[in-house]
Design a protein. Structure first.
Ligand SMILES: [Zn+2]
Length: 187
């Protein structure tokens, strides 16, 4: 028989255990997301640096120096937006708002000197390393040069092609975005 004062003790302990468990479950997921993001940024930068010798100072209207700074320093001087712009990366846990539709998106124009890049749950899908790298290469075009989808696809494909001799096919999205009639081209 437990002493009377022990009543209520067990449920309290279960609550504590559940709270601890929630922390243990949440922690590795967040750490994995951070690792996946760091790798995607590193991979995208490595690909971009390999491509750099073959790029002009401006490609498809993208300021290549600003793009490089945005990718490597998350800070860039922009003649497009005007002035010094920071990049603020947010990892969103829920598929809410634009995350219902996209793996990642940017908030432009900049607010208070910063562009926000929101990474959605879909971005962190297991095994999507190559897609994450391409997403970073693509979104970074929006960060420095605005919202044109055809421009972002064309620039990312050019970087991949210059770095590796191949690029990720984007035919369906290229068509859906009406890029065939645009001034941008795929390699
Ligand atoms: Zn885009």
């Amino acid at each position: 028989m437990p002493p009377p004062h022990a009543r209520g003790y067990v449920p309290g302990m279960i609550r504590t255990l559940l709270a601890l468990l929630a922390i243990f479950i949440a922690q590795p997921a967040f750490a994995n997301d951070q690792t996946a993001l760091d790798r995607a940024l590193d991979d995208a930068l490595a690909t971009f640096e390999r491509a750099l010798p073959k790029l002009s100072s401006e490609e498809f209207g993208v300021d290549v120096a600003a793009y490089r700074d945005a990718l490597s320093l998350q800070q860039f001087r922009s003649s497009y937006w005007g002035g010094e712009i920071g990049l603020d990366i947010e990892m969103r846990e829920g598929a809410t708002g634009s995350c219902r539709q996209f793996a990642a998106f940017v908030r432009i124009p900049p607010e208070n000197g910063a562009v926000k890049l929101v990474l959605c749950p879909q971005f962190f899908s297991p095994g999507a390393d190559a897609l994450r790298e391409l997403t970073v290469l693509h979104e970074m075009v929006h960060v420095v040069a605005g919202r044109d989808e055809c421009q972002a696809m064309a620039f990312a494909a050019k970087v991949q092609m210059a770095a590796t001799g191949a690029f990720t096919p984007v035919d369906a999205y290229w068509k859906a975005s009406g890029c065939a009639g645009s001034r941008y081209t795929l390699p």
